[in-house]
Design a protein around this ligand. Structure first.
Ligand SMILES: NC(=O)c1ccc[n+]([C@@H]2O[C@H](COP(=O)([O-])OP(=O)(O)OC[C@H]3O[C@@H](n4cnc5c(N)ncnc54)[C@H](O)[C@@H]3O)[C@@H](O)[C@H]2O)c1
Length: 362
């Protein structure tokens, strides 16, 4: 086998994953599946793939090596478990699970299936962050000990009420407290610290915009890692303000990084002993730390959007199957990135009490 054949479930976000596959040389998009004919037709037009399924079971019965699960968030575990039991490798969209019971079910299934499972946390392949991670690995940050991230994305209109177009998004993002979309924020920081979250604390502002919503307009999480490092996250799908959902900050003993807070700002870095004291430099002064994999992408595929690294993520998924290596975001990483968000709801409901996050082991 020199390529991994992939069938994509869900032709919404799944269509974007399918399009990114054309730049992943070890992956081959062979099929798309959706119950919606209109969505399938649009995805076929965008990707050129001819093989389509309206039944997921039929796609799992076919000869595809792997499936990309891009169905609604509460169905990720059901669809991943079904695929693993059918002998398929799984690339799952975020988040990994929407309940703690689902987390344990997924772990148990991956453990017994003997197939690869990877979380498609595309923000871990965000190009500016790839430079930061290159610098972390090269030791320029010394010991990273504090990280922060924010998902500020005014999305009230995408969260319709029960009587008018209610979807999984309303259920997960408007009717639940805490951070239910946590992996985009936590994933890259988890990668930088290389250790799991031990304790989560969450407090919220109250809901100030949508009277029937249970989620807070804005929530803040404090996370402590097993090694005593600190992370602060903010999530906000409601406030009227400019969006910013790719903001990260990282503080180490050797360097500090801050992403742009607005379109007029740049990615900035301070390297102790190198940058003039009290000033910032452009992160791009350090682009020699960008991993070599970025140089393999054709120029038209390189972009610095949140999804710009999707081809590299898909290539990494295909390579871990072909080389029989550990997926870069395996099931334990996926659950370590997901469970703190699920448990942030418990902390919020208990008035901000610290909640322990269990250890997931393969
Ligand atoms: N990583 C990212 O940047 C990113 C961006 C957008 C969405 N997402 C994630 O991707 C997932 C999908 O998001 P979306 O916006 O496309 O959601 P969506 O609800 O718009 O689309 C889901 C699609 O799945 C199809 N579907 C559901 N169950 C099915 C089944 N059993 N068989 C066949 N088709 C089925 C639906 O018909 C629908 O077209 C979500 O979990 C979301 O969190 C990730």
């Amino acid at each position: 086998m020199d390529k991994v054949t992939i069938g994509v479930l869900g032709a919404g976000r799944g269509a974007s994953l399918a399009k990114a596959m054309r730049y992943a040389p070890s992956a081959e998009l062979v099929a798309l599946c959706d119950v919606s004919e209109d969505r399938l037709a649009a995805a076929v037009a965008a990707t050129g793939v001819q093989r389509t399924y309206s039944s997921y079971e039929a796609m799992l019965d076919s000869d595809v090596d792997a499936v990309a699960v891009a169905s609604p968030m509460p169905l990720h575990v059901d669809h991943s478990v079904q695929a693993l039991r059918a002998g398929k490798h799984v690339l799952s969209e975020v988040t990994a699970a929407t309940s703690m019971d689902q987390c344990w079910e997924l772990l148990e299934t991956v453990r017994s299936a003997g197939r690869k499972y990877m979380l498609a946390e595309n923000y871990c392949w965000f190009r500016p962050w790839a430079v930061v991670m290159g610098m972390v690995r090269a030791g320029l940050f010394g010991e990273p000990y504090y990280g922060e991230s924010e998902q500020l994305q005014e999305f009230k209109g995408g969260l319709p009420p029960l009587e008018d177009g209610y979807t999984w998004r309303t259920a997960e993002l408007a009717m639940r407290r805490g951070h239910q979309y946590i992996t985009h924020d936590l994933g890259p920081l988890y990668e930088a610290f290389g250790e799991r979250i031990k304790t989560v604390v969450c407090m919220g502002s109250g809901q100030r915009h949508v009277p029937w919503a249970r989620a807070d307009s804005t929530s803040t999480l404090l996370l402590e890692t097993t090694g005593g490092r600190l992370i602060r996250l903010r999530v906000d799908f409601f406030s009227d303000r400019p969006d910013n959902y790719t903001y990260y900050g990282l503080q180490g003993t050797g360097a500090a990084y801050e992403g742009p807070r607005a379109a007029t700002e740049e990615h900035r870095i301070y390297v102790h002993g190198q940058t003039a004291p009290g000033t910032w430099e452009s992160l791009w002064n350090y682009d020699e730390y960008l991993p070599d994999e970025w140089k393999t992408l054709p120029a038209e595929a390189v972009n610095d959007s949140y999804d710009g690294g999707a081809p590299l993520m898909i290539e990494a998924f295909a390579r871990c199957i072909l080389d029989d290596t550990r997926p870069p975001v395996d099931v334990v990483d996926a659950l370590n990135m997901t469970a703190p968000g699920l448990l942030s709801e418990v902390s919020r409901d208990r008035g901000g009490q610290p909640v322990d996050v269990p250890e997931f082991k393969l």
